[in-house]
Design a protein around this ligand. Structure first.
Ligand code: GAP
Length: 463
C-alpha cells in the first residue's frame, strides 16, 4: 500500500507554467477556488470552493452519480461516516503500510520524501542545502490520527478516512441484503478523504483534504479482468462526456512492480495537466483482498451465496476511484483559453474564455436587458428569469455595455447569453415581438429565438 509518488512527466507543448499561474489567478478572481483560512495565511494543502467552484463541483458529482448509479440497474449508492472503528484501518492494511518513505537532512533539518533526494556522482544529497548527512528512509503514515471521546489514549485512537472505499467494504453485507442485488453489482460513494501529504502541490491536485467518487463493483473471480477493461472504457467515456479531449487522456497500464500486491491489474487514467501528465483516476482489479481482510479480522462472514450454483464465496472487486478535486482542476485547465474578439468599437482584444461543456458550466445562461434604465426591457428580462430558473442556474446582469457583460460571462464559462432588446418589445418589427438574441459563448454566434422556445432550446443544448 506504499504510496508511490506520481511520475512527473513533461508538460505537453500547448501549456506553459504561465498558463497554470493564470488559471490559479482566474480561479481566485472569479470565485472558483480560494486558499483555505486565507486571512490567517492559509493552511497548506487545503482549499475552499467559492460560489462558482461549488457549482462546478456539484455538476461534476451529480453527473457522476447520474451515470454511475441512477442510469444503471446494477449499482446502488451509500454515504458512510468519515470516522470509523480503528479496526477497519488495521484490517485494510492502512495503519501499517499507508505511508511514504521519508528522509531527514541532518544539516538543514528538512524532512524530504525519499524520491526527492538527488544523487550526484553516486552520492545522495539534500535538494535544499546539498548536505550529504541524511538519515535512512523511514515510513511516514499519511493518515490523520484523531481521538474519539474525552480521553486521549491508545484506546480512543482512530483516523480520518484516507479513502471512501473501506466503508463500502465493511457495509458490503448490509447493502447486499437490503438491495437484493445479484453479482455482478456495485456500491458507489462520493465523499471526503484526508491524507497528510508530505508535499501538497500543483494547486488542488495534491491536497490534504479532498473528495473521491468511488465505485466498488463486486463480481465473480473469473470476471475480474474483463470488468477491469469494461470499467476503463466506461470511465474514459465519462471524461469525454464532461468535455475532456480524448487526446489529453491516457490509460496507463500500471506495471507489476508499481501495483499493490493484491491487484491483478490496474490502469491509471491520466490527463495532460499544464504541469505534466498526472493521474485523475485509478481503475483497479483488487481481487477478493479487501472483503477477505475484513472477514478475517471481524470474524463476520462477507460471503455471497450463489443460488444457482449453490456456492458460497467472497466476491472479487473492480474499483474505479476518481478524485473530484483533480477532475474539477482538469475541467478548468481544459476549458481555459484565450482568443481574439472585437470590443465595442470593433477593435480586436484578447478574450479569456472558459469553454466548459454546458453540462458542467456553473451558470448555464446569462440574461441581459439591453438598458437597465428601461422598465419594459427590465420587466421582460425578469419574465425570462422566472421562465428559465426552474430548469437551470441563470445569472442576471444589467450593468455595463452589453459586450462587457458577455465578456464577464465568457470568463466564467457561461455557455449562453440572452439579450432583451427593443425588437423583443416589438418596436421595430411586430413579428419580432417576444423574441430575444441568443448568443453562444464559443462561436459568439447570435440567433433570434422566441422566448417561448428558450427553455426547450437551452435544455437540449445543455444536457
Ligand atoms: N480506493 C482507492 C484509492 O483511494 P488512490 O489512487 O489512492 O486510490 C484515488 O486515490 C483517486 O483519489 C486518485 O486517482 C485521485 O484522483 C484522488 N486523490 C488521491 N490522493 C489525492 C490527493 N492528495 N489530493 C487530491 N486527490 C487525490
Amino acid at each position: 500500500m506504499n504510496k508511490s509518488p506520481d511520475a512527473q512527466r513533461p508538460p505537453p507543448q500547448s501549456y506553459g507554467a504561465a498558463s497554470m499561474e493564470r488559471i490559479v489567478s482566474l480561479c481566485k478572481r472569479r470565485g472558483f477556488i480560494f486558499q483555505s483560512s486565507e486571512i490567517y495565511g492559509g493552511l497548506n494543502g487545503c482549499w475552499d470552493y467559492g460560489p462558482l467552484g461549488v457549482e462546478l463541483k456539484r455538476n461534476l458529482k451529480n453527473y457522476w452519480w447520474c451515470v454511475m448509479v441512477h442510469e444503471r440497474d446494477d449499482v446502488v449508492g451509500m454515504d458512510g461516516s468519515i470516522l470509523m472503528n480503528r479496526a477497519v484501518w488495521k484490517a485494510s492494511g492502512h495503519e501499517d503500510t499507508f505511508s511514504d518513505p521519508m528522509v531527514d537532512c541532518r544539516s538543514c533539518k528538512a524532512r524530504l520524501r525519499a524520491d526527492q533526494i538527488i544523487e550526484k556522482k553516486g552520492v545522495l544529497q539534500c535538494p535544499n542545502c546539498g548536505g550529504k548527512d541524511l538519515t535512512e528512509a523511514r515510513p511516514f503514515n499519511l493518515m490523520f490520527k484523531t481521538y474519539v471521546g474525552a480521553t486521549e489514549d491508545e484506546s480512543s485512537i482512530t483516523y480520518l478516512r484516507p479513502e471512501t472505499a473501506q466503508s463500502i467494504f465493511v457495509q458490503f453485507k448490509n447493502v447486499l441484503e437490503v438491495s437484493r442485488k445479484k453479482l455482478p453489482f456495485g456500491i458507489a460513494q462520493i465523499g471526503k478523504a484526508f491524507r497528510n501529504e508530505i508535499n501538497p502541490r500543483n494547486f488542488t491536485f495534491r491536497s490534504r483534504e479532498f473528495e473521491q467518487m468511488e465505485l466498488e463493483y463486486f463480481c465473480r473471480a473469473g470476471e475480474g479482468m474483463r470488468l477491469l477493461d469494461y470499467w476503463l472504457q466506461e470511465r474514459l467515456k465519462f471524461y469525454e462526456n464532461i468535455g475532456i479531449a480524448r487526446e489529453k487522456l491516457h490509460a496507463r497500464n500500471v506495471p507489476d512492480e508499481e501495483r499493490a500486491f493484491y491487484s491483478k491489474g490496474t490502469y491509471d487514467i491520466e490527463y495532460d495537466f499544464p504541469f505534466g501528465r498526472q493521474e485523475l483516476e485509478g481503475v483497479a482489479y483488487r481481487t477478493d483482498y479487501d472483503l477477505s481482510q475484513h472477514q478475517n479480522a471481524s470474524g463476520k462472514s462477507l460471503e455471497y451465496f450463489d443460488e444457482e450454483m449453490k456456492q458460497r464465496f467472497v466476491p472479487h472487486v473492480v474499483e474505479p476511484s476518481a478524485g473530484v478535486d483533480r477532475t474539477v482542476l482538469a475541467l478548468i485547465c481544459e476549458a481555459y483559453s484565450e482568443d481574439e474578439a472585437p470590443d465595442e468599437k470593433g477593435k480586436m482584444e484578447t478574450r479569456l474564455v472558459l469553454r466548459f461543456h454546458p453540462r458542467m458550466a456553473p451558470i448555464k445562461c446569462g440574461i441581459f436587458p439591453l438598458l437597465r434604465n428601461n422598465a419594459q426591457l427590465v420587466a421582460k428580462a425578469k419574465e425570462i428569469i422566472d421562465l428559465l430558473r426552474p430548469h437551470m442556474n441563470i445569472f442576471y446582469d444589467e450593468s455595463g455595455a452589453i459586450g462587457r457583460r458577455y465578456r464577464r460571462q465568457d470568463e466564467i464559462g457561461t455557455p449562453f447569453g440572452v439579450t432583451v432588446d427593443f425588437e423583443t418589445l416589438g418596436e421595430k418589427d411586430a413579428a419580432l415581438r417576444d423574441t430575444v438574441t441568443l448568443r453562444e459563448r464559443d462561436s459568439m454566434k447570435q440567433e433570434r429565438v422566441a422566448i417561448s422556445d428558450l427553455a426547450g432550446i437551452l435544455g437540449s443544448r445543455i444536457s
